[in-house]
Each structure stands twice: as C-alpha cells, then as structure tokens.
Design a protein around this ligand. Structure first.
Ligand code: ADP
Length: 897
C-alpha cells in the first residue's frame, strides 16, 4: 500500500520502516490520540506507546516485534474473536481506539506481486459515545454522544444516540447547559476548544459525567457546521428541521464532524433532530438529579432509584424511553395529559394490556438492529430482528383493531398513533420491506453475512443453482468415497479442511497398498501425519474445485442479497424508527399501568396554578424497602400553595433523626417528577401546578473528588437555588447549614428560609435541626411548621412517620443514640449533660428580636412575579361569576398585607 502513498505523508519517525510498519505509522498519524488496533490476520496488534498503554490497561503481555530505528518495537495483541471485551475495557478506561482493518484478502494482495502487502484502512474510531455493539451497550440504558455550543449569547445541546439513530437538540440559556446535559446523561461530550477553556462551563460539563472532548473551534463555525450537517442528513437545506438557532446548528455540526471521523464516512440512519426548549422541560440540575436518585441511586445502581422502582417495561427500547421521560419531565399540562390518557386506558383495559405485554416479549431491539445495519456493522440476525419485529407490530395492531365496540372506551390518540406507526400494513415502504424479508430471509440466521446460509431457497434462481451444484457435488463425493473404498479394498474416508480442500484419508497402517503399484497410479500422496495418510485423486481434485467455486458463488450471491436488503432497510429507516418508537410508547404506557396497579398509584391532576396538594402520598423506593422488611409505609399529606392563598408556601419540617424527614421531602419532589413525566403517582390524590424547576439539596455527601468540603458543596448548591428558583419552582432543602458551627449554620439556614419566602417565593420544604427556626411561622406570612412525629414510650423512642402541623417538641438525639447501640453508660451520661445544659442555658438565643429579612436586606432582586401577580395570572375572568370575582378581589387585597 505504501507504494501508493507519497513518503511525505508519513511522519518523520516512520523513516526506515518496513512496509507494514509504514502502514501503521500512516494510520497512527491520522488518529494520533487514539490507540490503533492494527489488524494482522487473526489479531489486532498494538505497537509502540499504544502497546505499552494497552498492555497496562488490559493486563496483557507486552512483547516485541522486529526492529525500528535500531530498537525492538513494543507490541501486544488481542485476538479478533475476543476483541469486543478488550475494546470495552479500553473505552471504559478513557481511551479512544482506531480500528485499522485489512481491506482485502491476502490472496488479492498477492495478485499485485509477491511483495505486495494487504491494504489496510481505519474503518472506525471507537469512542464512548459512538458504541453500537450490543455487547458494549447496556440494553436498557442509553448511550448518548452530546455536543454543546454557544453562539450570540444563546446556547444549545445536541445529542445523538448512535445505536438507535435518535437525534435531539435543546436550546437553553448558557447557565443551564449543565442541567440540560445532566438530563441527557451523555457518555461523551463534544465542546469547541474555546468553550472548553471556560472554567465555569468546564465544571458544568464535568458534573454531567461523560468524557469531555474538546474539538477545534473551526468545526463549530456556522457555515462549516451547516455544510456538515447537510452532508450527514443528505439534504440540501435544513429548513425541514424548523428554524434552528446558530447554537443548535453549531452543536449539531460538531456531532456531524465527530461522526465523520469516527465512522470513517459511513452514514448512520438518523432521525430528524427532535427539538425542545426551556419552556418544554422541567429543569433539574445535576446535584438535584443525583440527590433524588431518579435514574440511579447514590452508589450508581439502578436498583434503589426511582426508575428501577417503577420500571415494568418489557422491551429494552421501552426501558430507554421510560428513562428518558423520567429524566426530562414536561411542563405543558396538555402533553402530560396525553401520556396519562394512555396509562389510564391500560389501567381500565387489563386484558388488552396483558395481551400487548405478552406480544412485546417477542420483540427485539429494532432501533439498534437498524442502526447497526445502516453503519455496516449489522448481520442477518439484525434483519431477522426487523422482520420479526414488524410481524409482531402487525399482530399488535390487529389486537387493537379487534372489536372496538367490545371496549368501553376507544384508545386515546397517544395509543392509536403508536399503534399506527407499528402497523406495517399502513406504510407501503414498511410493508414492502417486510414482504421482502418474509419471503427471502431464512430461519436459521448466522451472526455475520459472510457465514452465508441465510437467504431462503426459492428467492434467487442463481443462488439455488449454485447451492444445488455445491450440495450435489457433496453427494457425488460420498459416492466417490464409496467407489474408491470398493475399488481399492482399503477403508478410507473423504474429508475436507481449509488447507487441503477435499482429500482421501486412511490410517497409516491401511495406507500401504495405496502408495504402491497399481493403486498409486490413482492415489496421489499429499500428506503423512502421525496416524493418518492423506491422498487425492484427479477426479477428487476436479470435484473439489467445482464445489469450491459453487460455494464461492453462492456466498457472493448471498452477500449481494444482504447488501440489497441492507439498502432496503436504510430506505425504510424512517418508518422502522417510527415503528420501534411506537412499540416503546405502548410498552411504557402498559408498564406504567402495570406498576400503578401493583402499588396503587393514581392519576395526578395537573394545571398551571402553583398548587401542591398531595394526599396519602408515599415514597416509591422507601416504601418498597420498608415493605420488604415486613413493615408498612405511612402515607403522608403535604399541602403547599405557591400563591400562599390555600396554604403555606414554605413548610419548615422538623423531627428527630430517623423520623422520616428526608423521606418526606424526597417523596414530594418525586411526586412532581413522576407527575410531569406523565406517570401515575403513589398517592391517594395529587394536584400539582406544574413545576418549572426542581431543586433538591438533600443529605450531605463530601465532594472530595472535586476538592470541596461538604459545607462548601452545600453552599454552592444553595447559592444556585437562591439565584434560580422562581415562583413556579419547587425547592427541598434538607438541613442546610449543618456542616458548620451551630450559630453559623443556624444563621445561614434562617437567612435562606427568609430569602426563599420573600425573594424566590417558590414552593418549598425545608427540613432543619434548628428548632429555633420554628418562630418563622409567626413572622412570615406563608411559612408553616410541620413535623414528623415520634413518641417516647417506656424510655424507648417510637417513630410514627406521620407528618403533622407544628414543630417537633424536641430532637430526641440521645434516644436515637441509644437506638443506634451507643453503650448504655454513654447514653446515661449524655442524658445528664443534656439536662444540665438545658437548665443552664435557658432559651438559646433571642432570635425573636431579629428584624425581618425584608427590613434588613438590600432591596432583593425580584426573580419572578410576586404572589399577587401570580394569583392575578391564575384568574380567569371569563369563567367567573360576579360573586367569585368579588371574592378574588378580596383575596388579592389580602395578599398585599
Ligand atoms: P430522617 O431524615 O428524619 O433522619 P429518614 O427519612 O432518613 O429520616 O427515614 C429513616 C427511615 O425511616 C427510613 O429509612 C425508613 O425506613 C423509615 N421511614 C421513613 N418514612 C417512613 C414512612 N412514611 N413510613 C414508614 N417508614 C418510614
């Protein structure tokens, strides 16, 4: 190959390299920051520094191969058949891997001359965000590649799930890039190097998780990005995608650039970018997401997280869709209602639900199969997955078409559109593709097309002929075997291997007559092994050539058929993706209905007010744990009102340790997430005015990895809440200020509570150890005390886990210490000390004398409408009676107080 490459394209260190090593240097020069997997026969070899790094990361032996520049070349290798596992390990360790394949048969290279070497080329660069192999992916989780860009002050996040082709695009304010990224949870984030240099942004990117990859700024420039994006989609104009902002085009352009390099020119089958803006999705920052354990619990596992508790989906794509919905709860009540309608229908129609779930069990991952096919990595089994999936889709559609009159209520639009997408009969291209595969694709499918045998008989005449020849010849061979044995009187067999082709084999003892006259005229000696001797005959050699040709021809026809089907899959990509998504939507709705039935969840009521009325609510994860332990979970109510008309806006939650404060706080935040994600909620009733931003600062975890103390981390998050929460937000704060000295902590907690009440005016739950804060109830209009009850009985502490009005009477710290197994003598001593302190200290501080926050604070920056404005906004004069209008006026006047 290097004969064709001008030496000037090779790096200087390649001077004097052997032709094969020169090929390596050339591949390496094109992918300098990736490890090069250099295909040599049955191995991928790594050389030089790559070999040293890979050997260390994989724990494999480092050897040497030949010499370069007077020194041995360090080398290590992995067998091709086991490469996937090694690849996975390297990617997880943070490496990129460039796969440099042999592009031709060694025999073909030989045709160019005995010194020619096999052509090789980089066919793919594997990075965390571009994996498509089932073996490297979590079937029920997503694996997204994201990109961020900022242009003219506005920012955007784009993402692609290469394994399914889903593209998303999100226009956000620059300061919300972190939240948007966290919602996507990408495994790789592309960022123009100029932004990468920005400290603040960099921190936000890192908080989102995933490998951050700086790319040259030039790739994000509008003209270049737009051109690349058009190329990626094969379109002349981007108009079909709506009006994309400059930042969106830049971010999508970065993705296009990265796909161009990593996929070595193979174009994936992508959906049009699905777009969202900040007005569409509840903002949840990474800290909140982590602390509420929405998708994963704090130790990173799916069990113990909200998603794990509610996920009853059957299919992998259903599981991924549910995860995506939970990660991005909606703001538009109508869109949420549509999802709830679908669940509702399945709750009401148990029989179709069960039959659907049964049908879904046989459904493969069509989106991932299609994507692999489009990228040239799929095989006959992926086609099989599509064929069977489309058949299942039709069966599901038939299920819904059955006697609609028998059902009390027809399925809602959310379900009928999903069913329609699944029904191949309604989409000509899908129907044609399905017919093609139903007729042509065999039953016993190999993983790789080159293994052959997957095209059904009767589809291609030439194929049937070639196969007949091949198979006939086999029969002829059997006949020949019998004839040779009879004629020679020697027990012999005709066998086959890759080196010799067909040959006659006999034991060493029996071979004697075949090697002597007259039989040696027929039997030509080929090989002598320890116990066997191998021969051929003229007739056998001819047959061998004929069979080999027929097999080769049959395989060539199969491979071209496979290519044609692959093209057909690409042509129907849009419809196949829609069908896969339809199935996922049905699965999610039926799964959530199933869960609702299991745990007694109900349909939430959503509107644009600022109400939060939860009755008999439970924490889905804690409840499951408590039940497993054989106990019952105590449901609790929580009533907040952002307008401060029907209840407090901010509740101060007190109670001893272990009383259930954290559980109570989180459960209310999770109700909002569930409801707005379009799920039923574990409550007797929930009415919720949609929450625009959710904040949670729960529990204290050291963020040592980022060099912050617990207290510092807590203050950073608290600062974010105080600057960003709006009157439509929901904030839960658990014991802020705990990480510092008592008075400091109390002072900070006090000031935060006042600011949330006066400035942010958001709905909030504020759990605290500082009982001193209880006086705020009397001082601030919309603050109320709540406590989780416990009682002492015979010297023991009993937790009732019941939330009720009023502050906790005391903190029972000593009793909790006793419960925890602190030795009795220490507990007794602590009781003494406590009594003494309480007697001597009297009331701890005269906080009642503090002037109100509003009077001392510099005029606070208003972050949103006041209570009066919010209440005004909620009024609908057209639907009010004069009497109601009068009441409303009084209420508004009251708010001014
Ligand atoms: P706190 O924050 O007050 O220390 P937690 O919320 O961590 O308390 O709750 C402690 C434990 O109490 C939980 O792990 C759970 O086992 C139990 N618990 C909490 N709330 C309830 C409830 N409503 N019903 C039953 N058990 C509960």
């Amino acid at each position: 190959m290097n004969a064709q490459i001008p030496p000037s394209t090779l790096p200087p260190e390649a001077a004097g390299a052997t032709p094969v090593m020169a090929q390596f240097f050339e591949a390496k020069a094109r992918q300098p920051d990736a490890l090069v997997f250099f295909r040599m026969g049955d191995f991928y070899e790594l050389f030089f520094e790559d070999a040293e790094k890979a050997a260390a990361a994989l724990g494999i032996t480092l050897t040497a191969r030949g010499n370069h520049g007077g020194a041995p070349i360090p080398m290590c290798g992995v067998p091709v058949h086991a490469a996937e596992a090694y690849l996975a390990k390297l990617i997880r360790s943070g490496f990129k891997v460039a796969v440099c394949e042999q592009m031709e048969d060694p025999a073909e290279a030989k045709k160019r001359g005995s010194k020619s070497i096999v052509r090789r080329d980089v066919t793919r660069v594997v990075t965390p965000g571009t994996l498509t192999e089932d073996g490297l992916l979590d079937a029920r989780g997503s694996n997204r590649l994201a990109a961020v860009a900022v242009r003219a002050g506005s920012a955007a996040v784009a993402s692609v799930e290469l394994s399914t082709g889903e593209v998303e695009c999100w226009a956000v304010a620059r300061e919300n890039l972190g939240s948007a990224l966290a919602a996507l949870g990408p495994s790789e984030i592309l960022v123009p190097d100029r932004l990468f240099a920005d400290e603040g942004l960099n921190a936000a990117l890192r908080a989102a998780g995933g490998l951050v990859q700086p790319l040259p700024q030039a790739l994000a420039e509008p003209a270049a990005a737009e051109a690349r994006l058009k190329r990626l989609y094969g379109v002349d104009t981007l108009d079909g995608f709506g009006t994309l902002s400059g930042a969106e085009i830049s971010a999508l352009g970065l993705i296009a650039a990265h796909l161009e390099t990593t996929q070595a020119g193979r174009v994936p089958a992508l959906t049009a970018p699905r777009r969202a803006g900040e007005a569409d999705v509840m903002a949840i920052d990474p800290a909140t997401r982590a602390s509420l354990e929405i998708e994963r619990n704090l130790s990173g596992s799916r069990e113990g997280a909200l998603l794990g508790a509610i996920d009853r989906t059957i299919t992998a794509s259903g599981a991924r869709l549910l995860a995506a919905r939970l990660a991005r709860p909606l703001l538009d009540p109508a869109a949420i209602e549509a999802r709830l309608d679908a669940i509702d229908w399945f709750v009401e129609h148990r029989n179709p639900r069960q039959r659907l779930r049964e049908a879904l069990r046989g459904l493969g991952d069509m989106a991932r199969a299609l994507s692999r096919l489009a990228l040239g990595r799929g095989g006959p089994r992926d086609l099989g997955c599509l064929r069977d999936g489309l058949a299942t889709g039709e069966a599901i559609a038939a299920l819904f078409a059955e006697a609609p009159a028998a059902l009390e209520a027809p399925p809602p639009a959310e379900l009928t559109t999903a069913v329609a997408a699944l029904d191949a009969a309604r989409h000509p291209r899908l129907a044609e593709f399905r017919r093609l595969l139903a007729e042509g694709l065999g039953t016993d499918l190999p993983l790789q097309a080159r293994d052959g045998g997957f095209v059904a008989p009767g589809v291609r005449v030439e194929l049937d002929q070639a196969r007949a020849l091949r198979d006939d010849s086999r029969r002829v061979i059997l006949a020949l075997e019998q004839q040779l044995a009879a004629d020679s009187g020697v027990a012999l067999k005709i066998r086959h291997n890759a080196v010799l082709g067909y040959f006659v084999e006999t034991t060493a003892k029996a071979a004697e007559p075949l090697m002597t006259s007259p039989l040696n005229a027929t039997f030509i000696h080929r090989q002598t092994l320890a116990n066997q001797v191998r021969f051929t005959t003229v007739e056998l050699a001819e047959l061998d050539a004929k069979i080999a040709q027929a097999a080769e021809r049959a395989l060539a026809i199969e491979l071209s058929t496979f290519e044609a089907w692959r093209e057909a899959a690409r042509d129907a990509a849009f419809e196949i993706q829609a069908a896969a998504e339809g199935a996922a939507r049905l699965d999610v709705a039926a799964g959530l209905a199933e869960w609702a039935g299991d745990v007694g969840a109900t349909r939430p009521i959503l509107d644009r007010s600022t109400a939060f009325e939860a009755e008999g609510a439970r924490h889905p994860v804690v409840e499951a744990a408590v039940k497993r332990a054989g106990d019952a979970f105590t449901p609790n109510d929580c009533r907040l009102d952002g307008a401060g008309v029907a209840g407090p806006r901010l509740a101060l939650v007190t109670g001893p340790n272990m009383a259930g404060k954290s559980t109570f706080l989180r459960q209310n935040a999770l109700l909002a997430v569930l409801a707005q994600a379009g799920c039923y909620v574990p409550a007797r009733r929930l009415r919720l005015g949609v929450v625009d931003r959710l904040f949670s600062r729960v529990g204290a975890g050291d963020d040592l990895a980022r060099g912050r103390s617990t207290f510092m981390a807590e203050m950073v998050e608290t600062a974010a809440i105080l600057t960003q929460a709006t009157p439509r937000s929901l904030v839960i704060l658990d014991e802020i200020g705990r990480g510092t000295a008592t008075y400091d902590g109390l002072a900070i907690a006090w000031a935060c509570a006042e600011a949330l009440h006066e400035v942010n005016r958001c709905r909030g739950l504020f759990a605290t150890h500082y009982h001193e804060l209880a006086v705020l109830e009397g001082r601030l209009a919309h603050v109320a005390n709540l406590s989780l009850k416990a009682k002492e009985w015979n010297g023991d502490l009993i937790f009732l886990h019941e939330a009720g009005p009023g502050p906790a009477d005391r903190s029972y710290g000593v009793q909790v210490a006793k419960l925890a197994g602190v030795p009795p003598a220490v507990v007794a001593r602590a009781r003494d000390v406590l009594e003494r302190l309480e007697r001597e200290a009297g009331a701890p501080a005269h906080l009642d004398d503090l002037p109100l926050f509003a009077a001392t604070a510099p005029t606070p920056e208003r972050l949103g409408p006041s209570a009066v404005e919010t209440a005004l906004g909620d009024l609908d004069p057209d639907s009010m009676s004069p009497r109601e209008a009068m009441d409303a006026l009084y209420r508004l006047k009251g708010l001014m107080a």
